[in-house]
Design a protein around this ligand. Structure first.
Ligand code: HEM
Ligand SMILES: [Cu+2]
Length: 623
């Protein structure tokens, strides 16, 4: 046991240990904290916009700064907060929930995180240098092209996106391989916790969706840097092509953000009703169906472009259809809540908030799926209201619920329930006071992305209301931060399984030790810990002097082989710096990409160089 701890603990101490660690829990924790900081920064952007819009003819920000604020806010929230936060939760909890000691590729995992971090720093440093992006979060050409967007702002957008795409794809690969090949023995496909399923589904979506925007944003960068004219109609390019490429990624992106939220909801409902979710196969199949359908409706973002009537009808139909699998899940949850005894702890409150807010967003979604209605409200605050209801309802409510639920596992201490309830009510009220009036503003014709409006429009009162709502949201987030700080210092000690949950992450200590599981648990039913209580059967046979994980078969999770994980190393950080230098350099001069690549090559070689052998190998004896 002591040897096992030593093997998995970081091989260096201090700063060097911090920079070289590849432990998935450390990396995921940094990911979560960084993504939360991005939520706070994006929130500050939003607060500035609400300040500017609180009165008619206000001149606090001015048009140029307002453009930078909404673009930075949207890009931060979508690319630097929501998706990375979700994948980070997956990187922390998927291995624990399937009973494994590590993610599949720990070094690559560290590289992914550092790439993401560089992207975050890059965006905000540029913002401070007055090269903040001002092309919105979807950078439409020709506006973002070389003809209409001089300077570096659109390039900064293109490269920020690239960083997060790399990190996202890496995280997705980790999650897929960990969930399919490293599950504890006995966790057959039909015993995988629903949160893990949601992360697997989302990871496949990431793998299919993100390359599109990565390629598109590079095309944009090339159009701008070396005149490729891919999106320039005057030279045979196509501006609408940008919209197709972007939204073929962009629509699935929204589902990538909230499907993990659905998984969190399932985990929380299971625990706080003490019931398995009603209709497990239906739940899993709905997740898969949502993912597949999500790739067939991107054109509903483009109803205002010239489209054949048949195309419009098809994409309307597809957009309405996707409400069905989500509806199925909602009914399964309601059935579960109906049949169980609900404990209204804070995580469960956020689930109820999710129901209210997400369903309103879903209903306005069905409304804008209809072309005549969409043409009326396109580019108005009605759409801003709609997508904030969906994103806050589908992602942020579940996330806060998940924070309250899993905080004890990650830190070993409970968050305060009293503060939790305060936070919840402030958040629920704040979100509705901020965003509900925007529906009306949109119907009255207030367009999005305008830095001010005339008093004669009569929009002042509702805008002031929305701004007051933003203050309430901010106070809710402050309550959360206070709660976290207080709990870290003096919160109640959690113990292994404070909520009496069923899944495997609760079988180990809180926080989990360096090796996560001293012994690999064996799964005998979907009820997990509820069936076995403190007496979880375990498997032995992994070496204690090496970082070994158990590899199991995809279908039934039968032990197949042992796999040794590489040790801690500095190479991922160095490579991320080199790649970061290449991309950022490319913004200022195309040659930067070449120099960065040349620097990256020897680093990649160093990374690939085999570690010195650690004594003779042992025969494979897990079977
Ligand atoms: C926390 C409270 C939030 C407030 C008060 C807020 C407020 C705003 C405001 C005022 C705008 C600009 C509207 C305009 O001028 O067109 C905006 C745009 C946007 N917001 Fe938020 N927001 C919040 C949270 C979020 C979250 C959590 C997400 C995503 C996960 C998000 C995603 C976006 C996007 C994608 C845009 C569009 C940017 C663009 O037009 O390019 N927001 N938000
Ligand atoms: Cu969409």
């Amino acid at each position: 046991m002591a040897e096992l701890e030593r093997t998995w603990r970081s091989s260096h101490t201090g700063l060097w240990g911090w920079l070289t660690t590849t432990d998935n829990k450390s990396i995921a924790k940094r990911y979560i904290i960084t993504a939360f900081m991005m939520f706070l920064l994006g929130g500050i952007d939003a607060a500035m916009m609400r300040l500017q819009l609180s009165r008619p003819e206000n001149h606090i920000l001015g048009p140029d700064l307002y453009n930078q604020f909404f673009s930075t806010h949207g890009t931060t929230m979508m690319f630097l907060f929501a998706v990375p936060m979700m994948t980070a939760m997956g990187l922390y909890f998927v291995p624990l929930m399937v009973g494994s000691r590590e993610v599949a590729f720990p070094r690559l995992n560290a590289f992914g995180y550092y790439t993401y971090l560089i992207g975050c720093v890059f965006l905000y440093v540029e913002f401070l240098m007055n090269t903040g992006i001002d092309v919105g979060w979807f950078a439409y050409v020709p506006l973002a092209g070389p003809q209409f967007s001089a300077g570096k702002r659109a390039d900064v957008w293109a490269q920020t996106v690239t960083f997060t795409e790399i990190a996202g794809i890496i995280a997705a690969i980790q999650i897929i391989v960990t969930a399919f090949k490293q599950r504890a023995p006995g966790m057959s496909l039909n015993r995988i916790p629903l949160f893990v399923w949601s992360m697997v589904v989302v990871s496949f979506m990431i793998v299919f969706a993100m390359p599109w925007v990565a390629v598109a944003s590079q095309f944009l960068a090339m159009d701008r840097a070396i005149d490729t004219h891919l999106f320039n109609p005057a030279e045979g390019g196509d501006a609408i092509l940008w919209q197709h490429l972007f939204w073929f990624f962009g629509h699935p992106e929204v589902y990538i953000i909230f499907i993990p939220g659905l998984g969190m909801i399932s985990s929380i409902i299971t625990t706080f009703t003490r019931r398995q979710i009603f209709g497990y196969p239906a739940m899993v199949l709905s997740l898969v169906a949502t993912a597949v359908l999500a790739f067939g409706l991107w054109v509903h973002h483009m109803f205002a472009t010239p489209l054949p009537q048949l195309g419009e009808s098809f994409f309307t139909a597809a957009s309405v259809t996707i409400a069905i699998p989500t509806g199925v899940q909602i009914f399964c949850w309601i059935a579960t809540l109906w049949s169980g005894r609900v404990r209204l702890a804070t995580p469960m409150l956020f689930v109820l908030g999710f129901f209210i807010v997400f369903i309103i967003g879903g209903l306005t979604g069905v409304m804008v799926a209809s072309v005549p209605f969409d043409l009326q409200v396109h580019d108005t605050y009605f759409v801003v209201a709609h997508f904030h209801y969906v994103l806050l309802g589908g992602a942020v409510f579940p996330l806060f619920g998940a924070f309250y639920y899993w905080f004890p596992k990650v830190t070993g201490r409970m968050l305060s329930e009293t503060l939790g309830k305060w936070q919840f009510w402030l958040f629920l009220i704040g979100v509705n006071v901020t965003f509900f009036p925007m529906h009306i503003l949109g119907l009255e014709g207030m367009t999005r992305r305008v830095y001010t409006y005339l008093a004669a429009t009569g929009w002042g009162t509702l805008n002031l209301l929305a701004s007051i709502g933003a203050v309430i949201i901010a106070s809710s987030v402050i309550v959360f931060l206070v709660n976290v700080v207080r709990s870290l210092r003096a919160g109640a000690i959690a113990g292994n399984n404070p909520w009496d949950s069923d899944t495997l992450e609760w079988a180990t200590t809180s926080p989990p030790g360096p090796c996560s599981f001293p012994d690999i648990p064996v799964v005998t039913s979907r009820d997990g810990l509820w069936e076995q209580r403190d007496d979880v059967p375990v498997m032995t046979g992994l070496r204690t002097d090496r970082r070994e994980v158990l590899v199991t078969t995809i279908h039934n999770a039968e032990p197949e082989s042992r796999h040794e994980m590489p040790g801690d190393t500095i190479w991922p950080l160095l490579l991320a710096l080199a790649v970061g230098g290449a991309f950022i350099g490319a913004v200022y001069a195309p040659i930067g990409l070449v120099i960065g690549t040349i620097v990256a090559l020897p680093i990649a070689l160093g990374w690939a160089w085999p570690d010195p052998p650690k004594g003779p190998a042992m025969v494979d004896d897990v079977r």
